[in-house]
Ligand binder design. Structure first.
Ligand SMILES: Cc1ncc(COP(=O)(O)O)c(C=O)c1O
Length: 357
């Protein structure tokens, strides 16, 4: 099976398992785990921040970030299709008691003007206590729901400057920030610099089995640690997991540009298959989103699965494919071949002319 559902399906390598087995460990709740401590220090260094805290998931990392910046009743500005909005099970409301104000991003990217528009200007006729106080701006880079879109440094700097003008803190959901760097050559620390807190994940394209981290100032990370504990994320001999993440940072991070190249190859192939539609400009990292016009996306995904390629259907016509370290160049060609065969069979059964190649 060529599994293109997500880069979270990547499996730990034998070398990674070996370092996990040999990792020195201690009780992380007491701050005693040397491998967790080493991972936190290395992550903070890579992101140019003072400190970092290791947590089980990207969702927890985002949520302790949101909680650390806000109090119940506050307003959080965020793109409408962000992971925090769509796929964290209502956690900002449930855990932090905040309201999300969705911004109209294009491929997940919004502008400083969108931030300005979302903030009600003060005026003596409008009692200020009617508003939820806007406290936080969140950005996602790369943007999953937008199709792996990469925010440029200039775009990030512009929205963070707007946030500062309005007195907002800033959080980056950089679950796949590593891929933004692989795609652009801009170091992670430069992308992270305008933000107060940054979430990064080790369990996606980097290939570690578990784990994310929240980085920021010493003070903010200390506050976030309290919410890590409150949200049930205090773990003990977690060095076994941190060892995998450290190994991934040192040995897998440099190879992520191969995922970007595979995604481009896959996208170019998809773009020339009759019955599929894709905007090549939107393929900027390791995610490939396209539309099926010849049949329902669900039926397409089921038939592709039967043929040996696992894709994620999204809605009536959308499909997501994600390239990762366990997908080779021949896998991409095979996946394209399976998609072509599925569509050819469908068009034959509907008496239509076949796909272009
Ligand atoms: C952009 C983004 N943020 C956060 C997460 C959450 O990570 P986790 O699945 O580790 O909770 C994901 C997961 O896919 C994601 O794509």
């Amino acid at each position: 099976m060529i599994d293109l559902r997500s880069d979270t399906v990547t499996l730990p390598t034998p070398a990674m398992r070996a370092v996990m087995a040999a990792a020195p460990v201690g009780d992380d709740v007491y701050g005693d785990d040397p491998t967790v401590n080493a991972l936190e220090a290395r992550t903070a260094e890579l992101l140019g921040k003072e400190a970092a805290v290791f947590v089980p998931t990207g969702t927890m990392s985002n949520q302790i970030g949101v909680r650390a910046h806000t109090e119940p009743g506050d307003l959080v500005l965020i793109d409408e299709s962000a992971h925090i909005v769509r796929s964290e099970s209502g956690a900002p409301a449930a855990l932090s008691g905040v309201t999300l104000k969705p911004l109209p991003g294009r491929g997940g990217v919004f502008t400083a003007a969108d931030v300005d528009d979302a903030i009600e200007p003060e005026h003596p006729f409008n009692p200020i206590h009617l508003e939820s106080p806007a406290r936080l701006l969140c950005v996602e880079n790369t943007h999953n729901g937008g199709g792996g879109t990469v925010w440029s440094l200039e775009q990030v700097q512009a929205v963070c400057a707007a946030a500062r003008r309005h007195g907002l803190a800033t959080h980056l959901d950089g679950a796949r920030l590593w891929h933004a760097t692989a795609a652009t050559g801009v170091p992670e620390a430069r992308f992270a610099a305008p933000f107060d807190t940054v979430n990064v994940c080790f369990s996606k394209g980097l290939g570690a089995p578990v784990g994310s981290a929240l980085a920021g100032s010493r003070e903010l990370v200390a506050r976030a640690r309290r919410f890590k504990q409150q949200f049930g994320g205090g773990f003990r001999q977690a060095g076994i997991l941190a060892a995998a993440a450290l190994h991934a940072l040192e040995h897998h991070r440099g190879g992520l540009s191969a995922d970007v190249a595979s995604a481009r190859a896959l996208a170019r192939g998809v773009a020339c298959i009759d019955g599929l539609e894709l905007d090549l400009d939107r393929v900027q990292s390791n995610l490939v989103r396209f539309r099926v016009t010849a049949m329902q996306a669900g039926a397409f995904a089921t038939r592709c699965h039967a043929g040996g390629v696992h894709l994620l259907p999204q809605g009536e016509s959308g499909v997501r494919a994600v390239t990762h370290r366990d997908i080779s160049a021949p896998d991409v060609e095979r996946a394209l071949d399976i998609m072509r065969r599925v569509l050819r069979a469908a068009s034959r059964s509907q008496g239509r002319s076949g796909p272009c190649n």
